[in-house]
Design a protein around this ligand. Structure first.
Ligand SMILES: CC(C)(COP(=O)(O)OP(=O)(O)OC[C@H]1O[C@@H](n2cnc3c(N)ncnc32)[C@H](O)[C@@H]1OP(=O)(O)O)[C@@H](O)C(=O)NCCC(=O)NCCS
Length: 150
């Protein structure tokens, strides 16, 4: 898994568009902005998938997670999330939060397998009017060797 740098923003935007077909696409500027935010970081496998995270003030949030259709069900989403959890813990986050659409069964199954639990619901969270579930997971149990990226 590689760390994202600002120069990767156009490639990340292309991946996002290929993963969220028919949904709101995030352009290269938005990607660069998220990587520049205090505590923002990204991890990716070029040409396949990526995760963007913000870890700040003791808490982390998944900003987006995306794997291209042809690369799915091969463990990449899980690998990206595991690396994101470890990196966030290494940066001092005690918990990870994320939003997921109520009808996104694949993502909900992935997050459940990683120990995330529902802590809330946001009505009409997405541009198309769908609700989001808010999921949370504690990070305290991640060992230092995982946090080092191994
Ligand atoms: C959600 C997403 C990131 C999963 O990526 P992935 O690389 O396919 O996930 P993995 O292969 O690591 O799957 C890990 C586990 O998650 C669950 N899972 C993943 N996709 C699933 C599906 N379509 N149906 C049921 N369970 C699924 C399974 O438990 C799976 O383990 P298994 O393959 O051993 O059964 C991918 O489907 C995606 O990019 N979707 C579109 C964008 C999106 O919804 N992002 C999340 C926004 S919150």
């Amino acid at each position: 898994m590689k760390s994202c740098i600002h120069a990767d923003a156009p490639a990340l935007a292309a991946l996002h568009a290929g993963c969220f077909v028919g949904r709101e696409a995030w352009g290269a500027e938005a990607m660069a902005l998220m990587l520049r935010m205090p505590g923002g970081f990204g991890l990716w496998r070029p040409g396949a998938g990526f995760v963007l995270v913000r870890a700040i003030a003791g808490e982390a949030e998944i900003l987006t997670l995306a794997v291209l259709p042809e690369a799915r069900r091969q463990g990449l989403g899980q690998g990206l999330m595991a690396a994101a959890l470890a990196r966030a813990a290494a940066r001092g986050a005690a918990a990870m939060l994320l939003e997921v659409a109520t009808d996104n069964a694949p993502a909900q199954a992935l997050y459940a397998s990683l120990g995330f639990a529902k802590v809330g619901r946001r009505r009409r969270y997405y541009a198309d009017g769908r609700d989001a579930l808010v999921l949370r997971r504690e990070l305290a149990l991640i060992p230092p060797c995982a946090a080092a990226g191994r």
